[in-house]
Design a protein around this ligand. Structure first.
Ligand code: IFM
Length: 729
């Protein structure tokens, strides 16, 4: 098994998600480049552009004051990756011939998708070998490249016509169709060659998203002489010989007017070799600081690599900062919305390996701060409330109990600010952006909550991470994360430091007081998920028939909200995020209480229980939850990989490895590790970037080693199997 590749021979909708190439801006999902050679009309070929969305009004049965007015929906566009072939005027299709073989490959080493097919003509037995290779450039976000190579296998000469263009628009025939997505101007895909100063080899197509009034242009060029036809199709005529006919198509994506910028011009003129070499170089560099090597367990090795690659593909290695949608750019599930998944599940891989990418994600939130302030204001509150799901910074959910009420989103963003700062000590970021994010979100909490005479500081009527419980008082996860944020802010910055955000001494002291008096409902070591949770009826999951999971598809929310049952880790997540605040005994008690009533109906759940299990020495449980997480899409365990990959589970795989098996934690003074090898693993090696130094950590059954450090920074206790890297920079 090549542990750098995902390969398959049968096109399926799940496979299309798994083999999507994307780079944070553009995602291409297409296993059917030559539509004439496939017979499943549900196989859509789409391209997603992060930030290109429809903006239709939300139709409420019973609208109330302050409800979001418009939805945002990432638009699946017809992919510009279609080919049609003719051999001596015979269409290369399934009527005139048959597919002898085909193989799909996604290489995580060079970032290229390839599709190799052999077609045989019924009448003559002539065989053509067709190879399609494509990549979305990781360094140059706007660039998509696709090459087709066609070779005569068992005959000498022939005439080949290659037609290339857009796939048919995503229609109700195709699986990715959503009737709400019909709002872009398919009929008006304009060939606006004349109106632009484009070079003769370049053509532009423009999509207009009517409701968001966005315009997306595709500038396209080919490296072979050919003829353009008006709707964007291109035709090339070739004579087959011993060497394959190759045609490379390059597409440049431009949000806004189609103008041939210098960058577009240079990139559209680049050769396929130069583009693929640049991609391989970018990945070689990426893996040199991120690769995890697991010896003894190939499935874990492939799974963790696929997860890391998926995370990389969701952001790219360029400077074009956009958010990470729940499915990245691999499917239209969750409408292309950004969630808290980014800060809590996906960002850790980046802040420990590529902090500049974690910063880029934070900058996306910072740029949306004005919307978050307006949103808080719409609730009559000061500060900023970030939306639960969004593309453009506005709330896009119509169901407030499971969205607006999930106010922990602010503390999740603050958590990322703090961890990013602890790991990088990027003082300029903290001064210019981080402090404002911390202040405005803390201010919101101070206003949302209140001081209760008996309980202290309370945050009532909120929804925590567990979506089978909503609108409760004092969700413990929320309160722990808010307390962490308020403490960090007031411990590290004086009123003077943050006074420029109009923080008075009184407000600063209230931040401190709210943190100190934060309310938690406890019974000994058992911490209640919220004030009323323990008084609810406990659901015995073993009595629910298997076909009734996920429960949300069989039970009204009001049934679930009244029961002790979890969709996903909630309190345990706070324990995983803030490990120093909880004793092993507390983790044990709460793991034993909550795990049996957690359905893991959300793919965000198993990773968290894996990390808690690893801390408790429940190594079998940890590896089982880890495998479940890495297999979320590789084995389609949630049954909906066709709608796109589960990016949070991909992030969950990395944190399970790093925080769980490797016992990685961090605070202001140091990064610490307490690694163990799960059954079957004989060794592992990985890298971390901490305070601008890359450390290589090697774990075997008998020894721990750290390289890339000076001796006074690192302390290793081989007996206790601990590593401490002091923050000296
Ligand atoms: O953000 C998550 C949520 O926690 C569970 N449902 C899916 C969302 C998107 O991944």
């Amino acid at each position: 098994m090549d542990l750098w590749k995902i390969t398959a021979t049968q096109p399926t909708r799940e496979l299309a998600s798994k083999l999507t190439v994307s780079n944070g801006l553009v995602g291409v999902k297409d296993l059917v480049e030559v539509p004439q050679l496939q017979n499943d009309p549900s196989m859509a070929a789409v391209v997603y552009v992060n930030g290109f969305y429809d903006y239709e009004p939300i139709q409420y049965g019973e609208a109330q004051f302050g409800f979001p007015k418009r939805n945002q929906t990432m638009i699946p566009l017809p992919a510009p990756t279609r080919f049609e072939l003719w051999l001596d005027d015979v269409p290369v299709d399934l009527e005139q011939g048959r597919l002898v073989s085909q193989q799909y490959t996604l290489s995580m080493a060079n970032g290229q998708f390839s599709h190799e097919l052999v077609w045989e003509e019924h009448a003559t037995g002539r065989q053509l070998a067709i190879t399609i290779t494509r990549l979305t450039s990781l360094k140059t976000s706007a660039l998509l490249t696709q090459q087709i190579a066609v070779k005569a296998l068992n005959f000498e000469t022939g005439h080949l016509r290659i037609i290339s263009g857009l796939h048919a628009p995503v229609t109700s025939q195709s699986a990715d169709f959503d009737p709400r997505l019909a709002h872009f101007d398919v009929d008006e895909i304009l060939a606006n060659q004349q109106s632009q100063q484009l070079s003769p080899t370049v053509r532009a197509l423009t999509f207009n998203a009517l409701q968001s009034q966005q315009q997306l242009s595709l500038l396209m060029s080919y490296d072979q002489p050919g003829e353009w036809v008006t709707d964007g199709d291109w035709t090339g005529e070739f004579e087959l010989s011993a060497t394959p006919v190759t045609v490379t198509k390059k597409i440049w994506f431009e949000l806004g007017a189609a103008e041939l910028s210098a960058a577009a011009e240079t990139n559209l003129a680049a050769s396929f070799t130069a583009i693929t070499q640049a991609q391989t170089a970018a990945l070689t560099e990426f893996w040199s600081t991120s690769d995890i090597k697991i010896t003894g367990d190939d499935a874990s090795q492939l799974g963790i690599r696929f997860s890391q690659f998926g995370l990389l593909q969701a952001v790219g290695l360029h400077e074009d900062g956009r958010g990470i949608a729940a499915k990245g750019l691999t499917g239209s599930g969750y409408n292309g919305h950004y969630f808290w998944d980014t800060e809590i599940y996906e960002a850790p891989f980046f802040y420990w390996n590529h902090p500049e990418l974690a910063k880029r994600l934070l900058m996306v939130r910072f740029q949306q701060l004005p919307h978050a302030k307006a949103y808080a204001q719409s609730l009559g509150l000061a500060g900023a409330l970030f939306p639960w799901r969004t593309i453009n910074g506005e709330e896009a959910s119509a169901y407030f109990p499971a969205s607006t009420a999930a106010i922990h989103i602010d503390a999740d963003i603050a958590y990322l600010v703090i961890r990013y700062y602890q790991i990088t000590r990027d003082a300029a970021f903290m001064r210019d952006y981080g402090q404002e994010l911390l202040v405005e979100t803390s201010r919101f909490y101070l206003n949302y909550g209140n001081f209760d005479d008996e309980k202290g500081f309370v945050l009532n009527t909120v929804t925590g991470p567990d979506e089978y419980t909503a609108l409760v008082n004092n969700n413990a996860y929320t309160n722990y994360l808010v307390q962490f944020e308020l403490r960090y802010l007031t411990d590290h910055f004086s009123q003077k430091d943050i006074g420029r955000f109009k923080v008075s001494q009184r407000e600063w002291t209230s931040f401190q007081k709210a943190a100190d008096q934060m309310h938690f409902e406890t019974r000994g070591d058992l911490i209640a998920q919220d004030d009323s949770f323990l008084s609810k009826k406990r659901l015995d999951l073993s009595r629910i028939p298997k076909d009734q999971f996920p429960l949300l598809t069989h039970f009204h929310p009001l049934v679930l909200y009244r029961l002790q049952v979890l969709k996903q880790a909630d309190l345990l997540l706070a324990m995983v995020l803030l490990p120093e605040q909880f004793s092993d005994a507390q983790v044990q008690t709460n793991y034993d209480y909550y795990e049996p009533i957690t359905t893991h109906d959300s793919s965000l759940s198993p990773a968290i229980y894996a990390i808690a299990a690893a801390r408790l020495g429940k190594h079998d449980g940890a590896i089982n939850f880890f495998k479940r997480t890495i297999n979320t899409d590789l084995a389609n365990t949630q049954g909906n990989t066709a709608d796109g990959l589960h990016l949070a589970a991909m992030g969950g795989s990395w944190i399970t490895f790093a925080w769980g098996m490797m016992g990685l934690t961090v605070n202001d003074e140091a990064a610490s590790l307490h690694p163990y090898l799960p059954t079957g693993w004989t060794a592992c090696q990985f890298r971390l970037r901490y305070r601008d130094t890359v450390y290589t950590i090697k774990v075997t059954a008998t020894a721990l080693t750290v390289t890339g450090a000076t001796e006074d920074e690192v302390t290793i206790d081989q007996k206790k199997r601990t590593i401490k890297i002091l923050a000296t920079r």
